[in-house]
Design a protein around this ligand. Structure first.
Ligand code: BMA
Length: 330
């Protein structure tokens, strides 16, 4: 077997159809959306035999809207000509400028979607529920704390929901605040969350200085597999967003039991290197094909990672669960 780092070098295979979605695939929905500017950072889920992407679409007025795309093969997507409406948004009690970067979790018969919500000078997390991807309803809006990259685990732990998030505790001049620590929180009702503590921190001077969870963790026999994004900030002109992998303890996911030293995907293709925000690979959707009867992902299963490229279009990268596990060093 080749050394692990060589494996990591090899694993993520980009789809030959990349970028799988661009602004040219977005139908007009006048008057709000005409001649879309960009589509990126999708949530992903498989419902029956249908692959769904929940898209972050930007209008030329730089409004953000959410749209749905469906596919039978996970690569060729058709975008539905509708802007998703979320019932109950007014209950947030504050003006929301943008709702974006959806992460979708299937849990107990429903889909919970965590979204970043830009309010005045700050970012919060909104939780939305749907049973059918037709009707969407706001479940809760976190009034507390500037935070982002919220993802809910696909099962409860002693009756509590768990989520990873990335509090924005680092002020960035001229930009939104960011963060270098992913934390774990719990909630009994999805309304109020209690922080349990840090899970993992960025590694300064290397590829993942600032970090945030990517798609919701996947349960494997070895632990919870987490794809996350890391930002290298030590380059003069630009931040570089990449994807990497970590393994969290099955019983207590605040314990990191493995983590890749290298990134597993970095901007290399033109559509990742140039665009609205250059040098960005932002993993947000992951579909694992095969699980055993107890709900653990099978090691040989194909995994499809959907990611935003340069905040402009969407890419797809393929790998197996075992290849991701192999990248996690103890
Ligand atoms: C992050 C988020 C993402 C975005 C990325 C690159 O902080 O805002 O939505 O894709 O920056 O611009």
């Amino acid at each position: 077997m080749p050394p692990i780092l060589e494996w990591c070098e090899m694993i993520l295979k980009r789809s030959e159809l990349n970028p799988i979605l661009t602004r040219a695939d977005i139908p007009d929905v006048p008057p709000t959306l005409v001649n879309a500017t960009s589509v990126f950072n999708p949530g992903a889920v498989k419902v029956g035999d249908t692959y769904l992407l929940l898209l972050r679409v930007q209008t030329r007025g730089r409004e953000t809207v959410l749209m749905l795309a469906h596919s039978t093969d996970g690569e060729r997507f058709t975008v539905e000509p509708e802007i998703i409406r979320i019932d109950g948004l007014e209950k947030a009690g504050t003006r929301i400028y943008h709702l974006y970067d959806p992460r979708i979790t299937y849990i107990e018969g429903e889909y919970l979607i965590m979204l970043a919500a830009d309010i005045d000078n700050d970012c919060r997390l909104a939780t939305v529920r749907t049973a059918d991807f037709q009707h969407f309803e706001l479940v809760s809006f976190d009034a507390a704390g500037d935070t982002r990259n919220g993802v809910i685990f696909p099962e409860r732990f002693s009756d509590k929901y768990l989520r990873l998030e990335r509090p924005n505790r680092i002020a960035a001049e001229g930009n939104a605040a960011s963060g270098s620590v992913i934390t774990l929180s719990e909630s009994a009702d999805l309304q109020t969350w209690r922080e349990l503590g840090p899970v993992m921190a960025g590694r300064y001077h290397y590829w993942d200085e600032l970090i945030g969870a990517g798609p919701p963790p996947v349960k494997t026999r070895d632990g919870w597999l987490l794809i996350y994004h890391g930002v290298a900030t030590h380059f003069a002109s630009v931040n570089i967003y990449q994807a990497g992998v970590a393994l969290l303890d099955l019983i207590n996911p605040s314990i990191v039991i493995g983590r890749g030293r290298d990134n597993i995907l970095e901007p290399r293709e033109l559509y990742e290197l140039t665009g609205q925000v250059p040098n960005v690979v932002f993993p947000s959707g992951l579909i694992v094909e095969d699980y055993d009867e107890e709900g653990f992902a099978l090691p040989h299963s194909l995994a499809r990672l959907y990611y935003g490229a340069a905040d402009t279009c969407i890419g797809l990268a393929l790998m197996t669960v075992q290849q991701l596990l192999d990248c996690c060093e103890p």
